[in-house]
Write a protein of this length. Structure first.
Length: 347
């Protein structure tokens, strides 16, 4: 039965990708139209089409809401969801652990600490009011990775998976306490920082869209390039080494790439949990464990999931907006319990 399921997954890969692409486009359209002010789909399509081709937009269409408020937010959510899910799939394949993702490694917490420090102190870069937060988040994400790998190497020179995850979990708990301490003393920014740490895409602009898109193209390309090596890791590090994989080099490249991509996402949206943990499992159910198919599928599924979560956060208690991290945690926790139960039952 398992072989039949695997063959069916291989056979219908192209159909699966087509359905995911269409589903993503429809979800994006629904998210642009939905909100406190409902916009007809036809007006949304007309506004976007005319804006792309430089054509005049009719006066009866809510141009400002569509093009300046909702469209950049939807694009940011799409890219961030794809990036976080891709990172989770890569981490789970690299570490051969279903509980592994960027947050498990402590990379997300490190990036959040850097961003919170920049926001609390008002740190900026010359000529860019937002660049300071992003650069600090990426620097702290990379620094956290170096620290975790150094500690893991000091304890276990083979950089075993169990050592990395254990140190990552401890580091995450430590960083969370520091972030809480900073928020407590940053009285002028307490409310905004508390809301941001739970995840929010409120107020994003096209500049953030460009940065996310560039980061996803570069880092995503690197992760997709190493999909054969991730397949080799599935049979164990020793076996991967025997077939010619440079285990330490591949580990370092993937971990650094993941830290950069997560650092960019966290600096824009805050910490969003469960996307990189749950969506790769769902993608694996659709196309199987082959990372050549799993990684692209994770891009689509993560984007769709985060889009729906953001739409729920905006509309559930309208005009009050929930933090997107609250929605992803509620849905993700339930989904992960179901997935874990089905996995254990299958075994």
């Amino acid at each position: 039965m398992k072989d039949v399921r695997r063959l069916r997954g291989e056979r219908f890969t192209l159909l699966t990708y087509t359905l995911l692409a269409v589903g993503l486009l429809l979800t994006m359209l629904v998210c642009v139209c939905g909100g406190s002010v409902r916009i007809p789909p036809r007006d949304t399509v007309t506004a976007v089409w005319n804006a792309v081709w430089g054509l005049p937009i009719p006066q009866n269409i809510a141009k400002n809401i569509i093009l300046n408020v909702r469209l950049p937010r939807v694009l940011c959510v799409t890219l961030a969801g794809a990036a976080l899910s891709l990172c989770g799939a890569a981490m789970q394949g690299l570490l051969r652990n279903p509980l592994a993702d960027g947050s498990t490694m402590g990379v997300s917490s490190g990036a959040a600490l850097g961003a919170v420090l920049a926001m609390a102190t008002g740190f900026t870069l010359p000529g860019s009011s937002y660049g300071g937060i992003m650069v600090t988040a990426m620097a702290f994400a990379f620094g956290s990775l170096v620290l975790i790998l150094s500690l893991a190497y000091a304890l276990d020179r083979s950089l075993a998976t169990s050592s990395i995850i254990l140190i990552g979990v401890i580091y995450t708990m430590f960083i969370s306490s520091i972030i809480s301490l900073i928020i407590t003393f940053a009285s002028d920014h307490t409310r905004s920082l508390s809301f941001w740490t739970l995840g929010s895409f409120s107020g994003v602009k096209y500049d953030q869209v460009k940065l996310l898109c560039l980061a996803l193209i570069i880092c995503g390309g690197v992760l997709l390039r190493f999909s054969p090596e991730l397949n080799a890791f599935a049979i164990g590090e020793e076996n991967a080494r025997h077939i010619g994989v440079n285990v330490k080099r591949v580990k370092l490249i993937i971990l650094i790439t993941v830290s950069v991509l997560i650092g960019v996402c966290v600096s824009i949206s805050g910490t969003i949990s469960f996307v990189g943990l749950v969506m790769p499992h769902i993608s694996r159910m659709l196309v199987g464990p082959n990372h050549k198919r799993l990684l692209p599928t994770s891009l689509f599924s993560g984007a769709i999931f985060l889009l729906l979560a953001d739409l729920t956060a905006r509309t559930l208690l309208s005009p009050i907006e929930l933090s997107i991290g609250v929605v992803t945690s509620l849905v993700g926790a339930v989904a992960f319990v179901v997935i874990f139960y089905r996995t254990r039952k299958g075994r």
